[in-house]
Design a protein around this ligand. Structure first.
Ligand code: 3PG
Length: 395
């Protein structure tokens, strides 16, 4: 982005791919529950706006099926972005249709326009190169330059991420640059001891990253819903807890391969149902009653994990330890997060859910080395995969 600003952008049209895929409050539709992703792209938007560029911002929101769907409109995000920027954000209620075309033509120097959800258009996510290309042609026609600051979406081979940069002079925004630098540091030269904390619901989602990280880490601490498949693989009964039966054998292999470096919870908070009002007990991980499900790691596990974290020089954390949104099941995630803030080393929080947990628990962002805006993107980077959005910028 600095290179582009150096060339001078006053009066030029700059297309900024942002990741404004923010979560909404389930109880209050239209109310954004965590605007971290919008805040993360502000420096890029402010720099371009203040340099007099005509800024065209585009993002996806949720997973609509290639056609307009009012549930996934970016209109509330445009309003929030305007508040954060302290200047009006014009909103076009289509992405490449007449409203967008008119709004782009009317843009003044230093104005910011947000297009409607990219995924209201089939071409955005299409696997067919021609269909993606046709949509990319329409997007690219709006601008003179392309800036990618949507780190959360760089792992998607989508038109706005992969094909538009092939059609315009392209630049990495400050957020993408910082995220890639941090993840490079953690994956190529992590200072030892290196402790990875993984949570979230499914082992299958994390399998590739576990396999990639296992040779590099001193300890891999596993909590969240995914720990129950590992506990089952160790021979424990897990009651009604989340279980991926087809992954049990894989977990057994991983445990063998890890030679003690995969650390599992020793106790869990188990409830009769998925509710804060359920009957809740803390039990040993080997004694989960048949009629209960584990919804958080227990205090002994939290202490065990905190001790492992305390000795680390590098920590990467992805995925909550329990259902932190419900108060009775938040202690494990809080304990682990607090332990990470205290290390004498470098910590990275990866993933929408873990970043949202940090903020929902009222922890200070600044206490962590880096909070990534990308969930899937940061995991795929650590897996060693080529990220289409990054590859497109490198070309
Ligand atoms: C995310 O939330 O991880 C990014 O915004 C990407 O969203 P997606 O998984 O729907 O592509």
């Amino acid at each position: 982005l600095d290179d582009l600003l150096g060339e001078g952008v006053s009066g030029r049209r700059v297309f900024v791919r942002a990741d404004l895929n923010v979560p909404f409050d389930k109880a209050n539709p239209g109310v954004i529950s965590d605007d971290g992703r919008a805040r993360a792209v502000l420096p890029t938007l402010i720099a371009l706006r203040d340099a007099g560029a005509r800024v065209i911002v585009a993002s996806h929101l949720g997973r609509p099926k290639g056609a307009p769907d009012p549930k996934f409109t970016l209109a509330p995000v445009a309003a929030r972005l305007g508040e954060l920027l302290g200047s009006t954000v014009v909103f076009a209620d289509d992405t490449v249709g007449p409203a967008a075309t008119e709004a782009v033509a009317a843009l003044q120097d230093g104005q910011v326009l947000l297009l409607e959800n990219l995924r209201f258009n089939e071409g955005e996510t299409s696997k067919d190169d021609a269909s993606r290309g046709a949509f990319a042609d329409q997007l690219a026609a709006f601008a003179d330059f392309y800036v990618d600051d949507a780190f959360g979406a760089v792992h998607r081979k989508h038109a706005s991420v992969f094909d538009v940069p092939a059609r315009l002079p392209h630049y990495a925004g400050g957020l993408v640059l910082k995220e890639v630098e941090v993840l490079k540091r953690v994956s190529e030269s992590p200072e030892q001891p290196y402790v990875v904390v993984l949570g979230g619901s499914k082992v299958s989602d994390k399998l590739a990253v576990i396999q990639a990280l296992l040779p590099k880490v001193d300890k891999l601490l596993v909590g969240g819903g995914m720990c129950f498949t590992f506990l089952k693989a160790q021979g424990h009964e897990v009651g009604k807890s989340l279980l991926e039966a087809e992954m049990i054998a894989t977990c057994q292999d991983l445990l063998k391969q890890a030679e003690g470096r995969i650390v599992l919870p020793v106790d869990v908070v188990a409830a009769t149902e998925f509710s804060a009002d359920a009957d809740i007990v803390t039990v040993d991980a080997s004694e989960i009653p048949a009629d209960r499900l584990g919804l958080d790691i227990g205090p002994k596990s939290t202490a065990l994990f905190a001790e492992a974290i305390a000795g680390a020089k590098t920590v990467f954390w992805n995925g909550p330890m329990g259902v932190f949104e419900l108060a009775p099941f938040a202690a494990g995630t809080r304990g682990v997060a607090e332990a990470i803030t205290k290390i004498d080393g470098f910590s990275v929080v990866g993933g929408g859910d873990s970043a949202a947990a940090v903020r929902a628990l009222g922890l200070d962002d600044a206490a962590f080395g880096h909070i990534s805006t990308g969930g899937g993107a940061s995991l795929e980077y650590l897996e060693g995969k080529t990220l289409p959005g990054v590859a497109a910028l490198e070309k």
